[in-house]
Design a protein around this ligand. Structure first.
Ligand SMILES: Cc1cc2nc3c(=O)[nH]c(=O)nc-3n(C[C@H](O)[C@H](O)[C@H](O)COP(=O)(O)OP(=O)(O)OC[C@H]3O[C@@H](n4cnc5c(N)ncnc54)[C@H](O)[C@@H]3O)c2cc1C
Length: 562
């Protein structure tokens, strides 16, 4: 590998120029003295590699003398991130999370460091308010800087017409993982990379993981494993609490439970954020008067949970719950299982599919279930269809209208008033490039590899129209993700979990002697709770999900005391 260290680090480039002092603060002598009890001194020697990308459980290093250079490894060259000198410290979010790092650290000049192990770093963050703020802000800004730098040794080679490429883009982006995205159809230099790594054109999408491992059309699990996104942990440990699902409800439960000292594991089949993560802008969540994207909200919540010590595993699916065993057992894929004394079910809901035979064929190649910047990039300046009459459809239509030529909003009902918030209806009315088509539904989809044509009919005369439109956003509601609970947890006729006063005496499991009535968010099994959209009778909103997730922790404590 040719070494081509450039002089400027990431903090010298826009948009971070004014934030260098926050991104790479210098600790005072008094602050370093406070850190002494948490770390050990060690000598460092010029040229010594202190950490490589992908390494887990690296200590944070406070430089006492000498210097350390941090670089992002590229395929052909290194890019300088920063040089830490006396008073500066290493690390970014992955240091706190104990997951695979993103950069290479190498000693530039001999000297001495104070090495602080991950568990001690977490103690400092939980107990020292001043240093907690300083470290957290620096770690978050550094991660954002690494993402924005568009450098690194994780490369996604794919086609902008491919569903698998979209899935991988979503997975990496929503996990806040820096990667270089190259389009095989338009980016220069792609052919050379394909040839160099012996990849045939029909094998894309490909993830070049750390510039060494070639993953051909990998699953999210394979990408997570290769990049060290999850901690390596001991599955024999019995947790206080396992939260299943890292949407707003699950993340809130994790924040409150971990901050109150419980040993918490969160399992997430996709990426943290849930349905909210697919929203371009949430405008009715308290405290964000100008709105916040679902991704940003989820990112903050995830960091907050991890700061308190919750362990979040992405690309892990709860396949089955075994209620009959104590501690409770959750079966995961690959023959593994995890155990806990209490469980919070926060698996929310999955998007409803279009009832057309070939709809799944165009998933990701013209049919989308989210309208964020990732999907919008594919249909910029084109005509698109949004299907649905709820708030998610309204938000998608308004957002896409700012990126696309025309948005056709298709609803089965005679209007929007019964299903959409007033503020969104007004925005739709005021957008010149949104056409509302009421009493209209899609009847067929056509195309080759990509969706090319859509037909719809409009009641009462069922007039049929066909349009050359290749992008359809389905925002038609969701069904609960509870298949993994069947035969164990009491559900209602639509599959939502029943809790508290929705349960009857007949729901009580025969195998146990109940010691008390179920609490309001408790299922028919003591110590198993349900929160957020998955719960029967819940209000399907971010704030409600967050509220239930937070509130259930008090009930978890009660169950753990029983
Ligand atoms: C596009 C869109 C826009 C929206 N906009 C707004 C808005 O502006 N304001 C508002 O208040 N609400 C909005 N909502 C609704 C809001 O997002 C939901 O009410 C909220 O996300 C529900 O949170 P939850 O945690 O209960 O479930 P979800 O968000 O559905 O999260 C559930 C999580 O569980 C995971 N999961 C599922 N099954 C498993 C399993 N077996 N193992 C492991 N993990 C699993 C899922 O991958 C998911 O991440 C919007 C919804 C959508 C789709």
């Amino acid at each position: 590998m040719t070494e081509q260290v450039i002089d400027e680090g990431i903090a010298d480039k826009p948009p971070f120029v004014g934030r260098k002092a926050q991104m790479f603060p210098r600790l005072t002598a008094a602050q370093i003295e406070r850190l002494e009890v948490h770390g050990t001194h060690r000598q460092i020697h010029s040229g010594e590699i202190l950490s490589e990308p992908g390494e887990r459980h690296r200590p944070m290093l406070v430089v006492l003398s000498g210097s350390i250079e941090v670089v992002q490894r590229g395929i052909d060259a290194e890019v300088l991130v920063v040089v830490h000198t006396a008073g500066s410290f290493s690390g970014e979010m992955s240091t706190l999370q104990g997951v695979g790092g993103l950069v290479r650290s190498r000693v530039r000049e001999d000297g001495e460091v104070l090495a602080i192990a991950e568990e001690h770093l977490r103690t400092i963050i939980q107990t020292d308010a001043e240093l907690s703020e300083l470290f957290m802000r620096a770690f978050i800004l550094r991660r954002v800087g690494l993402i924005a730098s568009q450098a690194g040794d994780v490369i996604l080679l794919g086609s902008s017409n491919s569903a698998a490429t979209l899935r991988l883009q979503q997975f990496l982006t929503r996990n806040a993982f820096p990667f270089v995205n190259l389009d095989v159809n338009s980016d220069q230099g792609v052919q050379a990379l394909l040839a160099r790594f012996h990849i045939k054109a029909d094998e894309v999408p490909v993830v070049l993981c750390r510039g060494e491992v070639v993953l051909k059309n990998p699953s999210n699990e394979e990408v997570a494993a290769c990049l060290g996104m999850n901690q390596q942990i001991d599955d024999d440990r019995v947790r206080d609490l396992i939260v299943v699902g890292a949407g707003p409800a699950g993340l809130a439960a994790a924040v409150y439970a971990a901050s109150e000292g419980l040993d918490v594991l969160v399992l997430e089949t996709g990426t943290p954020g849930g349905q909210a993560g697919s929203s371009s802008k949430i405008e009715n969540y308290l405290g964000f008067p100008t709105g916040i994207s679902g991704l940003a909200l989820a990112g903050r919540a995830r960091v907050q949970a991890q700061k308190f010590g919750a362990e979040i595993r992405t690309a892990y699916t709860a396949m089955r719950l075994h209620c009959g065993e104590r501690p409770y057992v959750i079966e995961l894929g690959r023959g593994t299982a995890v155990r806990a004394r209490s469980i919070v079910i926060a698996t929310g809901a999955e998007y409803r599919q279009l009832a057309l035979e070939n709809a799944s064929r165009f998933l990701g190649t013209g049919i989308y279930y989210a309208a964020t910047a990732i999907e919008a990039r594919r249909c910029e300046t084109k005509e698109v269809i949004v299907v649905g009459g709820g708030n998610s459809a309204g938000q998608a239509a308004v957002y896409l209208a700012s990126r696309c030529r025309r948005v056709h909003l298709l609803v089965r009902a005679a209007g929007l008033a019964d299903s959409m918030s007033h503020y969104l209806i007004r925005r739709i009315d005021e957008s010149p490039n949104i056409t509302l088509r009421v009493r209209t539904e899609i009847t067929s989809l056509d195309g080759g590899e990509q969706l090319e044509r859509v037909s719809w009919k409009t009641a009462p005369d069922n007039v049929l129209e066909t349009h050359e439109i290749g992008h359809v956003f389905l925002m038609t509601g969701a069904v609960p993700s509870t298949h993994w609970l069947e035969g164990c947890i009491a559900l209602n006729d639509k599959g939502f979990v029943r809790t508290g006063s929705d349960l009857t005496a007949a729901d009580a499991p025969a195998a146990i002697q109940p010691v008390r009535l179920p609490q309001s968010l408790e299922t028919n099994w003591p110590g198993i709770f349900a929160v957020g959209d998955v719960r029967c009778g819940s209000v399907k909103r971010v704030a409600a999900a967050v509220g239930e997730g937070s509130a259930c922790v008090q009930q978890v404590h009660q169950a753990l005391r029983d």
